[in-house]
Design a protein. Structure first.
Length: 356
């Protein structure tokens, strides 16, 4: 390998462009032509996402698991590819999928290839401030409506009836995230065991199931104007489906509540998302009312769901922190993550106490 090729490959750790080129030529001939270049896309701190561009400027997106320390059941590329493909003809906007490779020998991990969709994943309040309060309100409304559309999809109608096990879903979620934490824990975490025990005791009855995204928030949506500069902001694609399953849709709502509160808790809002601080963004009460009215679901008792969402996010960040300490993360913004875990645990305990 010459110096130029080595430098190019160093810019995209975890993605062998030569191996990808050979795979695409074999499986999707004509999708990309000529020499490939790639860059790591900003966004999720779990699965790695790359924009891969050919000599003509055509671009696709490649997703693969993180480098190292991949916990069992996490980062399943085939599941993520399956749910995106299944939702293509529904009201839920998703990218077109091109290929899915489960053979780790190709690039060192399973991966899939999908359409590159134009749009903005709004992560920070400052990005929305530039749009003004009216557009910000409309964007947050579209976010809620998209979640309602997702939860309205009949899994059987799109071939996802076996995508999860809705019976006992909430109890398994508590157990799963407890197991995940034990797999990543390398330090004492104040309140973590107490929160896990409280969640275990407080599991509510199963609700009618739906397709659950698992990490639904504004910066996992690509938003763009439809109809030119004077058009309407619409959700063009929902991304990051790695935790999707069949289960209780209120788990998605509980997580939205947590993301709405992060900036005020000192629990990572600046690192994860603080969009709810932008003028015009739907206040929490209105956000929940819109979801309830359009979905027909009762959101009056969300304490368990919010507590579970705080615990889940704390576990995810602890896993990322662990990978960072092992030198297995790619990109910037990881150094502070460990400091946000305990505030999230504390938020979960408060949510349960407020509803008790």
């Amino acid at each position: 390998m010459d110096d130029a090729a080595a430098a190019a490959r160093a810019e995209v750790p975890g993605l062998d462009l030569g191996a990808l080129r050979a795979y695409l030529d074999r499986e999707t001939p004509g999708l990309l032509e000529g020499e490939l270049s790639a860059r790591v896309l900003a966004g999720g701190k779990s699965n790695l996402t790359y924009a891969v561009t050919d000599a003509s400027g055509a671009t696709v997106v490649v997703r693969r698991p993180p480098l190292g320390h991949v916990l069992a059941t996490a980062h399943d590329m085939a599941r993520e590819h399956r749910v995106i493909t299944a939702l293509h003809d529904t009201a839920v906007p998703v990218p077109v999928t091109h290929a899915c490779c489960e053979d780790e020998a190709v690039i060192g991990a399973p991966f899939y290839v999908m359409e590159h969709v134009a749009g903005t994943p709004y992560r920070q309040a400052s990005e929305l401030v530039a749009l003004g309060p009216e557009r910000t309100r409309a964007i947050s409304e579209r976010m809620v409506d998209t979640l309602v559309d997702l939860h309205a999809v009949d899994p059987r109608a799109v071939g996802l009836e076996d995508f999860g096990r809705p019976e006992g879903f909430l109890a398994r979620q508590v157990k799963r995230w407890g197991t995940q934490l034990e797999g990543s824990r390398s330090r004492d975490l104040a309140g973590a065991d107490e929160l896990y025990a409280a969640l275990t005791r407080g599991v509510p009855a199963d609700q009618p199931p739906a397709i659950v995204h698992g990490d639904f928030r504004l910066d996992n949506l690509l938003v763009g104007l439809v109809g030119g500069e004077v058009g309407r902001d619409e959700v063009r694609a929902v991304l990051d489906w790695e935790m999707a399953t069949l289960g209780d849709p209120l788990t998605d709502v509980g997580l939205l509540v947590v993301y709405q509160q992060l900036a005020r808790l000192g629990a990572g809002g600046d690192l994860i998302t603080d969009v709810s601080e932008a003028p015009g963004y739907l206040p929490l009460r209105e956000l929940l009312a819109r979801y309830a009215e359009r979905s027909g679901r009762d959101v009056s008792d969300l304490g368990f769901y919010v507590g579970l969402a705080y615990y889940k996010l704390a576990v995810i960040l602890e896993g990322i922190y662990y990978r960072h300490t092992q030198g297995q993360t790619v990109g910037a913004g990881f150094a502070e993550i460990g400091g946000y875990v305990e505030p999230l645990v504390a938020g979960g305990l408060r949510a349960l106490k407020e509803e008790s």
